[in-house]
Design a binder for this molecule. Structure first.
Ligand code: ADP
Ligand code: ZN
Length: 526
């Protein structure tokens, strides 16, 4: 398709002012422009917008862009109009008159791109207008941005997204492109199924940030560990330190200042002027360390942030990836450093249990936390774990703490095999809590009722305490020997990767450091 890609390049240069496509952009643009469906996974900042904006301008008629965020629509449309593109949006922020003007332009076919909120798209009135465009051959394509909003198990679920599945029925010849920056394997399949994009070509960009070194240490004396890290490695560089609470942000910033670090606090509870001033100083000056809650960072584009540190566990792997991704945007060596402790996990689990949400919401939160703890407890390459979460397989990186100095491990092969066997014997229908009861020989009501006190795995794991079993199960999930079925109460099921271990062809190692603190606390409790 040389003619097509030439005109894609022409649009890229003359409309958007860029000289070359990045990564997968060119292939995606070519595929969609020639009428193909696409499912695009690209990290934030990767350049998703051009993937539908360029084909929108190459194809006859108006492209319909479904977007869940009013602010985002606004920014995109302003930028497009600035570049001379005929773009508009329809959402609840428009008054009736402006909305009518946009609808008229849509009807006339004079729009290149129209951004709409999903609930607007699904109104009979709007669908009628789309029918008209279709019947006059002026419907260019559908772009579904933030496609993970269709996932019921994600944090951004938008029920209206489910209705987008009618598009291929009603407009079978119009190409669709779904885009997202956050989709683990399960979410990806959910997008494909629910949006009926099973046949769509998939474009998966790498989420790897090779210049970021990942380091995760166990908390001992976190402040001392933090100041040691900064003094040793980044005494005069810009960095971000994330804390969970506003109070901890302020205390940590004050303490760092006493230690001679150029630290400033940032959280949503500070007056607007103070936040703006701190943010400006961070952007302008060379060596500000911003101590912040997650309120800080969205849309901050400072290329030379040398480190991102976490003094508390982030909420999820996705959160960790987004937050650490603010380091080293210039491509030069940078570091993601985190201090964590078993106490943090207990605290976060309690916060989830005590939160307002539904049982299902809590179950999701607990699972997200488990997956994250799987990463911090890992004994092998951190990057491999992180990328595996995004469905990417890779070799050990040589640029994370576990690669650089492999942690001490204990052999949990036998325990892991018992765990797998218990999953199997109970019919792959139960969550870790129940399985641990069975392994430890606890005759709970549920264990007795399901007849699990009579099976061969009952009580075979009484030598390990509950916490240790939790670690074993968490690592079985993290290493994908076991999958979590969200649709069935987080039931654990065996995957193909469990086979070598069950056959005795693989070993299963766990970190010793965690073990030590645990057996110590057990002894003192005894
Ligand atoms: P995403 O939606 O994936 O987070 P955007 O589409 O907002 O990413 O693009 C991120 C930034 O990269 C924007 O500033 C955009 O202008 C820029 N960008 C995207 N593609 C290119 C390209 N081919 N050449 C130069 N800059 C690009
Ligand atoms: Zn590594």
């Amino acid at each position: 398709m040389p003619a097509k890609s030439a005109s894609a390049l022409h649009i890229l240069e003359h409309v958007f002012g860029y000289t070359a496509f990045r990564g997968e952009q060119e292939a995606i643009v070519g595929h969609v422009a020639s009428g193909g469906d696409a499912l695009v996974l690209m990290p934030t900042g990767g350049g998703k917008s051009l993937c539908y904006q360029v084909p929108a301008l190459m194809r006859e008629g108006t492209a319909i862009v479904v977007s869940p965020l009013i602010a985002l629509m606004h920014d995109q449309v302003s930028a497009l109009v600035e570049a001379g593109v005929n773009a508009a949006f329809l959402n609840s922020s428009l008054d009736a008159e402006s909305a009518r003007a946009v609808e008229r332009a849509l009807y006339d076919g004079s729009l290149d791109l129209l951004y709409v909120a999903p609930e607007r798209l699904m109104t009979p009135r709007f669908l009628d207008q789309l029918d008209h465009l279709r019947d006059t051959n002026r419907l260019a394509l559908f772009a579904i941005d933030e496609a993970h909003c269709v996932s019921q198990w994600g944090h951004d679920f938008r029920p209206e997204y489910l209705q987008l599945s009618i598009l291929p029925e009603r407009y079978p010849s119009i190409p669709r492109i779904a885009l997202t920056a956050t989709a683990d394997r399960q979410t990806r399949e959910e997008i494909a199924t629910r949006l009926r994009l099973g046949e769509a070509r998939r474009f998966i960009s790498s989420f790897d940030r090779p210049n970021i070194r990942y380091t995760i240490v166990e908390k001992d004396d976190p402040r001392r560990q933090l100041i040691g890290f900064i003094r040793e490695e980044y005494p005069s560089d810009a960095g971000i330190i994330y804390c969970l609470s506003r109070r901890k942000v302020e205390e940590t910033a004050a303490w760092l200042q006493e230690q001679g670090v150029n630290a400033l606090p940032y959280h949503a509870g500070l007056p607007q002027e103070v936040r703006a001033e701190h943010q400006n100083r961070f952007l302008r000056e060379d060596s500000i360390v911003m101590v912040a809650t997650i309120a800080f960072g969205m849309g901050i584009d400072k290329p030379d942030v040398r480190f991102v540190a976490h003094l508390d566990l982030p909420r999820s792997i996705e959160g960790y990836y987004q937050e650490t991704g603010r380091a080293g945007r210039d491509g030069l060596p940078a570091q993601a450093w985190m201090a964590w402790g078993a106490q943090d996990v207990v605290q976060q689990r309690r916060m989830i249990d005590e939160s307002e949400g539904s049982e299902e919401f809590k179950r999701l939160g607990r699972n997200r936390l488990e997956v994250l703890v799987g990463l911090v407890e890992a004994t092998t390459c951190r990057r491999q774990h992180l990328l595996a979460y995004f469905g990417e397989s890779s070799a050990p990186c040589g640029n994370c703490d576990n690669c650089i100095s492999p942690p001490q491990t204990w052999d949990a092969t036998d325990a892991a095999r018992k765990a797998l066997s218990c999953v199997y014997r109970t019919g792959q229908r139960y969550g870790a809590g129940h399985l641990i009861d069975v392994l430890r020989g606890e005759s709970t009501e549920k264990v007795v009722e399901r007849g699990h006190a009579d099976i061969s795995t009952f009580g075979i794991g009484s030598d390990l305490d509950e916490k240790r079993w939790r670690t074993v199960f968490r690592q079985l999930v993290a290493r994908e020997l076991v999958a979590v079925d969200h649709e069935r109460y987080n039931a654990l099921t065996l995957t193909d990767l469990a086979r070598p271990l069950l056959r005795g062809e693989a070993e299963f190692l766990l970190r010793v450091s965690t073990e030590k603190t645990r057996s110590r606390s057990r002894r003192s409790a005894a």
